[in-house]
Write a protein that binds this ligand. Structure first.
Ligand SMILES: [Zn+2]
Length: 84
C-alpha cells in the first residue's frame, strides 16, 4: 500500500509517465483514497506549468522536486493527515 511519502517521492515520475504499470496503479489508488495527495498533485501540476513557462526545461528537475516536498509537507501539516 502506498503512503503519502511515496506520493512525494514518485510524483514527478507519475506526472512524466515514467513509472511501471504496477506503481502507477498503486499511486492511482492512493490518490483515489487520499484527497490531500490529490490536492497535492494538482498543486504540483500547476507549479510545473508555471515553472516550465518561466524557465528552460533542463533546469526544472531539482527545483520542482524540492518544491514538491515542501508543498507536500505544508499540505500534511494543515490537514493533520492520517497515514494507514
Ligand atoms: Zn496521501
Amino acid at each position: 500500500m502506498y503512503q503519502c511519502k511515496d506520493i512525494a517521492d514518485e510524483v514527478n515520475n507519475y506526472i512524466d509517465g515514467d513509472l511501471t504499470i504496477g506503481k502507477r496503479i498503486g499511486l492511482f489508488f492512493h490518490l483515489l483514497l487520499c484527497s490531500c495527495c490529490r490536492n497535492y498533485l494538482q498543486q504540483i501540476r500547476s507549479t510545473i506549468s508555471i515553472v516550465t513557462v518561466a524557465r528552460p526545461k533542463e533546469q526544472n528537475d531539482t527545483d520542482i522536486d524540492t518544491l514538491a516536498k515542501q508543498l507536500h509537507n505544508l499540505c500534511h501539516q494543515e490537514h493533520d493527515h492520517n497515514q494507514i
